[in-house]
Structures are given as C-alpha cells and as structure tokens.
Design a protein around this ligand. Structure first.
Ligand SMILES: Nc1ncnc2c1ncn2[C@@H]1O[C@H](COP(=O)(O)OP(=O)(O)OP(=O)(O)O)[C@@H](O)[C@H]1O
Ligand SMILES: [Mg+2]
Length: 417
C-alpha cells in the first residue's frame, strides 16, 4: 500500500509544498511541488497572517494542481529566533520484578526528562531521546528488552514561543490544511541531506535561508544541539543595496549572477573585465558596478556568518567532536565559494548538501533550497505517520497543541524502534 505525505516549508523567501507517495521500501516518489514567493514572514516568523495565508494557499494550490491530489494535512517546518533548546536527563527505577526494561520504563524516563521548568510563554516542540544509560553504562541506543535497575535517558528538548508557534499554526489552518506535526526546520533539513554515517561520526548541519541560518549538531547518531542564527541570504543582498545604492532586485541579481564569498582575483573567464554594467530604474540609464567591490561586500558578510557559526559550535560544547564537518544547505548555501571560505577559515570538512534519493518529479527539487521541504517528508515518513490518528491532528486553534500527554506518547512512538 502506498501512503501520500505532504510537507510545507513556510520560509522567509518562499513557501514550498511537496506531495509525495511513500513506497513500501520507504522511497519518496514526488508527485507535485508548489513554490511561491513568501509574504508575511520575517526571519522565519509569521508577522502578517493574511499575507502568510495567501502565500501558503497559492503554494498548496500549485502542488495540488500538479499532483492531482487534494491536500488535507501536512508536516510543517518551524524556525525563528524564538526557538531554543536544552538537553535534559531523566531517571527511573526499572519496574518489572525481573528487571527487564519495557516501553513503559522508557516512557517514564522520557517523561521525567521533560520535567524541566519551561516558562509559561514557551511550549515544547520536540522531546528527542538520543541515548540511554543503564546502571551507569552509557551509550545504549535501545534499552527495551535489556535488564537493569536504573534507567536514564538523555533527551534534546526544543521549545518555542507560544505566540510565534500559534501564528504559524493559524496561518496553515486558515489555508485549509491540518497539521500532522511541526518539525524544527534544521532537523527536517538534516533528514534530507545528512547520511546516517555523518550523524554517527558527528556533523553540523547549517541551513542558510533568506532570513536565518538554522543549525543542528548531531553526535553519535542523535541531535545534541540546535539553534537559530539571525543572519541569512537576505543580509547579503541588503548589504549590496546599502553600499552600491542599487534596488533590491538588482542587488539579488548581482549576488546570484556575479557573487562570490571570496573576493580575491576575478574568475579567469570573467567576461565583465572587472566592471558590471546594469540598467538603473531610470530607463536608458546604466550603472557601473565594480565586481571586486561587490564580492568584498559579500565576503565581509560571509566571514561574519562563518564566525557566528563557529561561535555556535563553541557554545554547544561539541567542538572537536565533528569529524564529518559541516554540511551547508538552504538557498544561501549556493553563494559561490562560501563552502571554500568556510573550509579555509575553520579547517574542517565542508560540503553543500542537496536532497537525494527521490523519484518522480525529483529534478525540480535538486537544490539546497528544498532541503527543508524534502526533509519534512522524510521526517514524517520515519516518525510521523504512525503516531497520528486523525483525532490527534491539531484542529482546534484555541487548544494549540492539544493534549500534551497524547503528543508525548506520540513522541515516544516516534523515536522507539
Ligand atoms: N545561487 C545563489 N547564490 C547565493 N544566494 C542564493 C542563491 N540562490 C538562492 N540564494 C539565496 O538563498 C536565500 C533563500 O534561501 P531559501 O530558499 O532556503 O530560504 P527560505 O527557506 O525561504 O528562508 P528561511 O529558511 O530563512 O525561512 C535568499 O537569500 C537567496 O538570495
Ligand atoms: Mg528555509
């Protein structure tokens, strides 16, 4: 039997809806993709619901038309500066007299890890168990069926501001879509562009979008750190408009067409001879742009972003634990030579990750810009579908996430083998 699954990436620059069919072998067959420029978002957060709704509706409509499916529910990505995360440990005594560990023990351990003080204006988005400790023995990935007295679980908890989450939920619901689940965007992107080996060895995922760069650090196969940096591709474009006094569209064009994160020497095949001629807003009038200056502007911002990313690695405490290096994705990762600059500055392996292993309309998703959208489908197919009965879908906006315990049981099923 084939199941249909939908992901909606509500980004700062674009909304991307993807409809796919999940085969028995777990392969995603892409049936439809709808991409529209996004309105009503700033740095990953909804700031105008009506605008956001119209963008989501139009993206959903396109995906429906292409796929021939009527979209009812979807996995939705969440991001923004309001997101924060912490690691928390839960401990319980094993209940059965013969000391065999059951699902119930694991559930209680995860529940106790969740008993951290969350301020009232925040709510939990994910509780992700990543490793278990049994009677002091660390590094156990699946304790069920093992024997012991004391079970500890290490979890990664992601929280966000209630209002920011509610506004996203409202925007999606007003577009006529029920939410299967919300997924932190860099975790979704990680599903699309990282291998199991990357995550086992230790890797940092950086999704450079329009408004933010979202990061996630994976060690020993699990998520250990997530965070959102307030610099994205738009900052590069804005810098160009300020320094070169060009309109926004021109600045974006210059960045995409001639931009480089390393100013250095112009490329050998530089047809511009160092000067780029562009039309100004006044018809018939031309402006000369110095290509080296353009790239110096981009390099300055790129270096700042690399520094912010490095600070995040240090802050996480996992410096030196990332032999698989950094995987860049998101539209902003396409800035020419950004990976090279990062490799030079940090001395770590850096590569650009694109969604792979898709069939159907896969060609239209062959870009780092679609990592989150594709990742939502992978997340949903791995963790999501089984956990949600229709009654658990978020249908009443006043209830928000609804029954926390139901969601909590869902998470457990999500992450247990
Ligand atoms: N070839 C390219 N070179 C440089 N930058 C690029 C290129 N292509 C796209 N970008 C930049 O990528 C950014 C958009 O990326 P993406 O589509 O991943 O954003 P988003 O998901 O809408 O935003 P966010 O994740 O921040 O909410 C824009 O700033 C755009 O200028
Ligand atoms: Mg994005």
């Amino acid at each position: 039997m084939q199941r249909t699954i939908v992901g909606i990436d509500v980004g700062t620059t674009k909304v991307c809806t993807i409809v796919a069919q999940l085969s028995d072998t777990g392969r995603l067959n892409i049936l439809g993709v709808g991409v529209t420029p996004s309105k009503g978002l700033d740095k990953g957060v909804v700031v105008n619901i009506d605008d956001a709704v119209s963008s989501i509706e139009s993206s959903v409509e396109k995906a429906e038309r292409l796929s021939g499916y009527r979209i009812g529910t979807a996995f939705v990505g969440v991001s923004g500066r309001h997101i924060s995360s912490l690691n928390s440990r839960g401990v319980v005594a094993v209940q059965r007299p013969d000391q065999e560990i059951t699902r119930n023990d694991v559930a209680r351990a995860v529940e106790s890890a969740q008993a951290v003080a969350i301020p009232t204006q925040r709510e939990i988005i994910h509780v992700i168990p990543r490793a278990y400790v049994l009677d002091g023995h660390e590094g156990i990935r699946d304790p069920i069926g093992m024997s012991g007295f004391r079970l500890e679980v290490e979890t990664h908890i992601v929280t966000g501001e209630v209002m920011a989450i509610q506004n996203l939920i409202k925007s999606v619901q007003k577009s006529g879509i029920e939410i299967d689940d919300m997924v932190l965007q860099p975790l979704a992107s990680g599903e699309a562009v990282l291998t199991a080996e990357d995550k086992d060895r230790g890797v940092m995922l950086v999704d450079i979008g329009g408004g933010t760069a979202d990061v996630a650090i994976f060690v020993q196969g699990g998520v250990w750190h997530t965070s959102v940096i307030s610099v994205g591709g738009n900052h590069f474009t804005n810098d160009i408009t300020y320094v070169l006094h060009t309109p926004h569209n021109t600045a974006e064009y210059l960045k995409l067409r001639y931009g480089s994160a390393i100013a250095g020497e112009p490329p050998a095949e530089d047809e511009t001879d160092g000067m780029i001629e562009i039309e100004t807003l006044n018809v018939g009038e031309k402006q000369q742009i110095n290509r080296h200056l353009l790239n110096e502007i981009l390099q300055a911002r790129a270096e700042q972003l690399v520094e912010l990313i490095y600070n995040e690695i240090r802050r996480s405490g996992y410096e030196g634990m990332l032999p698989a290096g950094i995987v860049l994705t998101g539209g902003g990762a396409q800035l020419a030579r950004f990976d090279e600059l990062m490799r030079d500055m940090l001395g770590m392996p850096v590569r650009v990750g694109v969604p792979t292993d898709l069939s159907g309309l896969a060609d239209s998703l062959d870009s780092p810009s679609y990592a989150t959208g594709v990742g939502l489908l992978r997340w949903g197919s791995r963790h999501g579908l089984s956990m949600l009965g229709s009654s658990q879908r978020i249908s009443d906006e006043r209830q928000g996430w609804g029954n926390v315990y139901e969601r909590f049981k869902g998470w457990l099923r999500e992450f247990l083998p």
